[in-house]
Design a protein around this ligand. Structure first.
Ligand code: NAD
Length: 366
């Protein structure tokens, strides 16, 4: 197969982790006889520095010309970087919101799976971890609070800020459809998260999700309030199969899910539209605190590349090969700094490596 993959390195650790994911993709291409070419696309702080904008129309056109896009992460230190002196619509994150909207990437998938080898890195108690967990979060990505009307103004002499949380039934339906389709390939259970005891948008969410569920009689549906869900994720994560949420709830809950996996550095994500096109990126940010040191964990980006092969290019065997190689590298004791066990005794049983060392270990096990 020949495929053109957009490559957004971005800022901070982005270029470091994308480099490793591309090396893994190249190794897969060689092993399975494919040709992957890359189109470098500017986005985020590096795009601001080069063009004055976090994402140009040319960059969007480049992304649209690709079969799928692999991304690192964008943004800098929000307290010290000059990018955050700019008006909000010119900051790095505006590029992220713009590309999601421009490419209609309405469904964000975040698998949270406990690698048995990373039980030590999981902050939950042994009795809660039990046999581990394996869930997928499906987060609506182009609606809700982050895309609604917002303004800050003085009302009767008092500074007042307004954000608008709006969903229409079509936006809810298409996200729900994705969740049920994914559940059909997994354990056939959807937990839809809302705040229907308070919010109108959540009451509509609950109604539309229940309607979609009627088309999937084999899938069981439960509704859960978001505050309860935040608690259940650390109390009994194994109860979940597919977690369906609106945009902001998903933003928060997915970081919680990443943390119980052990590190933000291991959780991949895929943002999909109605076609096979997708944008694939690690769930974490640009980690400016460790950027440039060669110590960032590349696993989330490498597994995101596996998702790209699976969802956009339909290359299941190749995706399996990457995921298995990651598991083998972990089983053989390779750990980046974020995954290092805390006790000296456990440290003696693993090998600490940097970003490219982890890439090498995974490529060697493909
Ligand atoms: P972050 O995810 O960048 O970092 C949080 C913590 O997790 C840090 O201690 C960091 O070192 C660690 N971490 C994250 N990824 C890691 C990895 N691969 N290996 C090892 N450790 C890792 O979140 P933050 O500090 O809140 O945000 C930093 C910047 O990233 C901000 O500008 C923010 O806006 C941006 N951001 C971008 C995206 C994106 O590009 N999609 C997502 C979230 C945050």
């Amino acid at each position: 197969m020949e495929a053109k993959i957009g490559s957004i390195s971005g800022d901070g650790i982005g270029p470091e982790v994308v480099r490793e994911a591309r090396r893994v993709l190249d190794a897969v291409a060689e092993k399975f006889g494919h040709t992957f070419t890359y189109e470098d696309i500017l986005m985020g702080g590096c795009s601001i520095d080069a063009t004055g904008l976090p994402l140009t129309d040319e960059a969007i056109a480049q992304a649209k010309s690709c079969d799928a896009v692999l991304m690192g992460s964008i943004g800098g230190n929000t307290k010290t970087s000059p990018w955050y002196q700019l008006p909000p619509d010119r900051r790095p994150e505006a590029g992220l919101l713009k590309i999601r909207k421009a490419l209609n990437l309405f469904a964000n998938l975040r698998p949270a799976y406990l690698y048995p080898e990373l039980r030590d890195a999981c902050p939950l108690r042994e009795d809660i971890i039990g046999d581990g967990f394996d869930l997928v979060m499906v987060r609506e990505l182009t609606g809700g609070l982050y895309f609604g009307h917002r303004e800050t103004k003085e009302v009767d002499g008092v500074m007042t800020a307004i954000d608008t949380l709006k969903y229409d039934e079509n936006e809810i339906r298409r996200a729900a459809e994705k969740a049920f389709q994914i559940a059909m390939k997994r354990n056939k259970k959807v937990t839809s998260v809302d705040k229907a005891n308070v919010l109108d948008s959540s009451r509509l969410w609950r109604k539309v999700v229940s309607e979609v569920a009627e088309k999937y009689p084999e899938v069981s549906l439960e509704h859960m309030l978001v505050d309860n869900c935040a608690m259940q994720l650390v109390r009994n994560p194994a109860q979940f199969d597919v977690l369906l949420t609106e945009n902001m709830f998903g933003d928060i809950l997915s970081d919680e899910a990443a943390m119980i996996m052990g590190s933000l550095g291991t959780m991949p994500s895929a943002s999909l539209n109605e076609t096979s096109f997708g944008l694939y990126e690690p769930s974490g940010g640009s980690a400016p605190d460790i950027a440039g040191q060669g110590i960032a964990d590349p696993i989330a980006t490498i597994v995101s590349a596996a998702m790209l092969l699976r969802y956009s290019l339909n290359l299941d065997a190749e995706a399996d090969a990457i995921e298995n190689a990651v598991k083998k590298a972990l089983a053989d004791g390779y750990r980046t700094i974020d995954l290092m066990p805390s006790s000296e005794e456990d440290k003696a049983n693993v090998k600490q490596v940097g970003t490219s060392g982890m890439g090498d270990a995974i490529i060697a096990r493909l």
